[in-house]
Design a protein around this ligand. Sequence first.
Ligand code: T46
Length: 135
Amino acid sequence: MSLIQIVNFQPLGDERGSLVALEANKSVPFEIKRVYYIFGTKEGVSRGFHAHCNLKQVAVCVTGSCRFVLDNGKQREEVLLDCSTKGLIIEDLTWREMHDFSPDCVLLVLASEHYDENDYIRDYNEFLKVVNGEG
Ligand code: T46
């Protein structure tokens, strides 16, 4: 099964322009407890390089683009997020990296839990131990 799970949001545009509505337990498959957005990423900068123990997220580039790498310790796959109607579902225990941010990129992220630094696994070898049941 692919690590790349995309949810396509229905554009509700009309002659005035575009609108996308994101609703918990509908287009977003969990209760939303937190929303954050990443913007102004400097040229050549990559972000992420961590996994979460207990956090589901949906990421969407509302403007611009960036490339996501997802890794579950066995498979490593990538996807270009370049469309404001395309959301990437990121499950628990998935290593993520974000690369190639366009200068105009605004990456919106909807999260199933409040911020908790203790939920982060920031060391790749530790991540491998956890997913292989050795952690
Ligand atoms: C993820 C990817 C897609 C907070 O205080 N509250 C928050 O809700 C978040 C997300 C971050 N922070 C603080 C923690 C750090 O001091 O903001 C700083 C930057 O966070 P971080 O280095 O984790 O950012 P990214 O871009 O590497 O990762 C973020 C999310 O943290 C992460 O959960 O999945 O975006």
